[in-house]
Write a protein that binds this ligand. Structure first.
Ligand SMILES: [Zn+2]
Length: 213
């Protein structure tokens, strides 16, 4: 089945009127302790270019609420979440595919399927130590397109700390309604993600949270 693409803001508003949990919310307000390092709003990503017109981390309210639960739970162990990506407009996915598919097709969502990031229900996250604010060791850097980044890369072939942190993140996310993507330790989508439409809307189409630019 062809996924539904919403490119008219009025259609997005109709979705939200019918179901308020589909509203896009700013994660800096919805998940207060979140460390935000939105890579595609900077040139620090595999494209070496700024691809988001704003650095606003957006997610559907239903997914944001679950992410807040993860954060609350991790806090008990002195840990927090660092966010590398959240909502990605569908037109950005189309552009990435046009520019990079020859090199990275295995790691990218083709436009005819779309990405759960386009649906506003997927996040790319790591763990941080709340005392230092520093990311914890993981198997690879974010967006390292290599086999070692996969959830199924054997723990025995990783430094013990990286293997333990990967497992802890997976455990916390999956117990709060997210499922992983096999190829990337950092990517998680809300269960039932495909029920959400792909949003082909710029960040400016979504209302700003009070006090957040
Ligand atoms: Zn992702």
């Amino acid at each position: 089945m062809k996924p539904r693409v919403v490119s008219d803001p009025a259609d997005y508003r109709a979705e939200v009127r019918a179901d308020a949990s589909r509203r896009m919310v700013d994660l800096r307000a919805a998940v207060p302790g979140l460390v935000v390092d939105l890579r595609y709003a900077t040139a620090n990503n595999f494209l070496r270019a700024v691809v988001y017109e704003e650095g606003r981390p957006l997610l559907r309210a239903a997914a944001a609420a679950r992410l807040r639960e993860v954060e609350e739970e991790l806090k008990g162990s002195g840990l927090g979440l660092i966010l590398y990506d959240a909502y990605r407009p569908y037109f950005v996915t189309r552009r990435m595919w046009a520019e990079q598919a020859t090199r990275y097709a295995a790691y990218m969502s083709p436009p005819w399927l779309g990405s759960d990031h386009n649906r506003g229900v997927a996040v790319d996250v790591g763990l941080v130590d709340l005392k230092t604010g520093r990311p914890l060791p993981m198997p690879t850097d974010f967006d390292a397109f290599e086999a070692r980044a996969g959830q199924d890369w054997p723990a025995a072939k990783l430094p013990p700390e990286a293997a333990a942190d990967r497992a802890r993140l997976l455990d916390a996310m999956t117990r709060h309604g997210f499922h992983p993507f096999a190829g990337e330790w950092w990517h998680f989508a809300l269960n039932g993600a495909k029920e959400y439409s792909l949003l082909d809307l710029p960040f400016s189409a979504f209302e700003k949270a009070p006090g957040k630019e």
